[in-house]
Ligand binder design. Structure first.
Ligand SMILES: C[S@@+](CC[C@H](N)C(=O)[O-])C[C@H]1O[C@@H](n2cnc3c(N)ncnc32)[C@H](O)[C@@H]1O
Length: 312
């Protein structure tokens, strides 16, 4: 997850690939991959996680997605783009908010995410929603197409987030808004557990050079958005408490999201020891009666096009 600062937070390159959900401890390490997904990219991690992502019975992506939609002020009839839609944590609340007079389009680079979410859309009978493979770095739509662009826990995964944000600004109508969520703070026990796992990475594992984080805090986010012609309207934090039955449940959740970007680099013969160390680090999160509770804070930012800024 992106704001996590230890070496384990950036296992795949310049930016964290650990922004999202669980894949399940039983998921194969070499799950299917299609040609639209680059090896070792953030999207590849989520392609492998798709079947279990946000499906491990842990309250995490759902409440953050619903809150982002609430803060974006989506109205009936709105046309909405959800970039990096995953399994629909943002998409489905957005579809509720627009109602059938609006339209919601979800794009994701991981074909398995798209296929599974499209099945859920069809099952729910949502004829005003479509989901397709598409790159959140370069969304391919005509300028001024949307009342809102939503990006839930995805912008920090992109290779060039500033360029992507500029593109989102171009997609907005003059009265439109962009809503993004980024990590603000992880539970200290979670950070300690990630460090415990990272200690088991192979010695030759390359630690990426630290990159400046354009979403580090409110000031950085405001400056990043201003640089691409967007003005922050509201910015605030939302906290979610996630409960886990036990360490196995936590490990299952870790494999089901971006956490697998770290886990998959731990040699198979070290995974048990790594998990045992993580379990010790998670002890402070143990609650009376069993189980673990972790609290995560996510920053929610809503921005609008700055008047007079040309769209290209
Ligand atoms: C942390 S998940 C967030 C999913 C969803 N928005 C949510 O809140 O649960 C990040 C998602 O972004 C997708 N993703 C990563 N890079 C992408 C890119 N360049 N273009 C589109 N989707 C991308 C991943 O496949 C994954 O589904």
């Amino acid at each position: 997850m992106t704001s996590f600062r230890s070496r384990s937070s950036r296992p795949e390159g310049g930016r964290s690939a650990t922004g999202g959900g669980p894949a399940g401890a039983t998921m194969s390490r070499g799950a299917s991959m299609t040609s639209s997904v680059q090896p070792n990219s953030a999207a590849e991690v989520f392609e492998q996680a798709a079947a279990h992502y946000d499906r491990t019975g842990v309250s995490f992506f759902g409440p953050f997605g619903a809150e982002l939609v609430r803060r974006a002020g989506i109205r009936p009839g709105d046309r909405v783009l959800d970039v990096g839609c995953g399994r629909g944590a943002v998409l489905f609340p957005a579809a509720d908010a627009t109602g059938p007079t609006g339209r919601v389009t979800g794009i994701d680079l991981a074909p398995a995410m798209v296929a599974l979410t499209a099945e859920d859309v069809t099952r729910a009978g949502l004829t005003h929603v479509d989901v397709r493979v598409g790159d959140a770095q370069r969304p391919d739509f005509p300028p001024g197409s949307f009342d809102a662009v939503l990006a839930g826990l995805v912008v920090f995964l992109l290779p060039e987030p500033e360029q992507a944000l500029r593109a989102y600004g171009r997609l907005l109508r003059p009265s439109g808004r962009l809503a993004i969520s980024t990590f603000a703070a992880h539970d200290p026990a979670f950070v300690a557990a990630m460090d415990a796992l990272a200690a088991h990475l192979p010695p030759d594992w390359q630690r990426p050079a630290p990159a400046a984080d354009p979403f580090a805090d409110q000031q950085a986010i405001t400056a990043t958005l201003a640089a691409v012609g967007l003005t922050v309207a509201t910015i605030g934090e939302h906290r979610v408490e996630s409960r886990f039955r036990d360490i196995d449940h936590w490990t299952e959740w870790m494999w089901s999201h971006g956490g697998r970007a770290l886990l998959r680099h731990i040699p198979a013969d070290r995974l048990d020891a790594a998990t045992a160390d993580a379990a010790r680090a998670l002890e402070p999160a143990r609650v009376p009666g069993g189980g673990l509770t972790l609290t995560t804070a996510v920053r929610m930012t809503v921005a609008v096009p700055r008047a007079g800024v040309p769209s290209s």
